[in-house]
Design a protein around this ligand. Structure first.
Ligand SMILES: [Zn+2]
Length: 341
């Protein structure tokens, strides 16, 4: 089993994941989208993170808490958190789909990967491990950059133009050096497992509420676990990795159809929402410039584009909304004369 003895290939896959995300932050810092302080904060977490490869990894965390190698967050300690309470909780909720980021519970940066389960569910492609590492490390590092909050604004229809402007105006155009991180991988031990009562992986994925929000495709039921802003953002970063999208690359609606099909994203959310998350949360500059090029291609004036698509906003398009219009939309608009959506 790989969890207690990760193969060289698995270790490399983990290393690829941690360095992919380190490079993502480097590129965003070089582009002036995040500050060098924000970059340093993310890198510090990536350098310090303990990566446990373990079945039902929370057991391993329990063991480490018991030994005093890991500590509960001060907020939890104030509420009286203890290892005994933790064990009881784990006995009920001691599973996770494929991995887990413990940042809400544990003071030290910790992620858990169940390598055997990833292989069982996703096959032997080491990229599946890398992708899962990126997911969990996104959870670990995202909060410094307002990224998860921006996702929340987008899915509930609020404007994040302010955040995008922050990017364009950023004074932090400071290049940082290349780094390579050697992950701190801690393999499983033979500690007896706390046997979970509930298969939480199943409960998580089946916790549909029956509600459907505007950002979701018709017929999709809101799922408390999948459709939270943090979870959506982490899956978006996987989508970036799996499709080789570069930091700062502007994604247009036409690109979406070409992407590898991730049913948890493509099937669940409306295309404009996905596009907006990819471009706006990453604060990709140049949307308007790209839009002008598209309009030129479709031989439409920008004034007409704005009037056609956003008559209700007096012909003014926000940066956010602009992402949702594709060349084919423009051509259709031109041909039909009065098309808008
Ligand atoms: Zn997650």
């Amino acid at each position: 089993m790989e969890n207690d003895n990760p193969s060289i290939e698995t270790q490399q896959a983990i290393k690829d994941g941690i360095n992919w995300i380190a490079n993502w932050y480097k590129d965003r810092c070089d582009a002036g989208v995040i500050s060098s302080e924000e970059y340093a904060d993310a890198v510090k977490k990536l350098q310090q993170v303990k990566i446990y490869t373990t079945k039902q990894g929370t057991n391993r965390v329990t063991e480490e808490l018991e030994k005093g190698n890991l500590h509960f967050k001060p907020e939890l300690l104030k509420k009286g958190a203890s290892v005994e309470m933790w064990k009881k909780l784990m006995a009920q909720k001691n599973t996770f789909p494929l991995g887990w980021c413990a940042k809400d519970n544990i003071e030290e940066p910790v992620i858990i990967l169940d390598i055997d389960k990833i292989k069982e569910k996703m096959g032997n492609d080491p990229k599946a491990i890398t992708s899962e590492v990126i997911h969990e490390l996104t959870h670990l590092t995202a909060d410094s950059f307002h990224a998860e909050q921006d996702v929340k604004k987008i899915i509930y229809g609020e404007n994040i133009d302010g955040a995008a402007k922050r990017a364009y105006n950023s004074a932090h155009h400071q290049s940082v050096g290349n780094i390579t991180i050697n992950p701190n991988i801690i393999a499983d031990t033979n500690t007896a497992l706390v046997v979970p009562v509930i298969d939480n992986a199943k409960t998580l994925l089946h916790s549909n509420t029956g509600e459907n929000y505007d950002f979701m495709n018709d017929g999709v039921s809101y799922n408390k676990y999948l459709d939270g802003n943090n979870e959506i953002y982490a899956r978006m970063m996987q989508l970036r990795y799996e499709n080789g999208l570069k930091a700062g690359e502007l994604i247009r609606p036409d690109d979406l159809h070409k992407m590898l099909h991730d049913e948890d994203i493509i099937n669940r959310y409306k295309a404009p929402v996905i596009i907006s998350i990819l471009n706006d949360v990453a604060m990709v500059p140049g949307v308007k410039e790209q839009m002008k090029k598209d309009a030129e291609l479709a031989r439409i004036s920008m004034a007409d584009v704005e009037k056609t698509f956003y008559p209700q906003q007096n012909g003014k398009m926000s940066e956010t909304k602009m992402n949702t219009v594709s060349v084919s939309d423009l051509i259709r608009a031109k041909n039909s004369g009065n098309f808008y959506s």
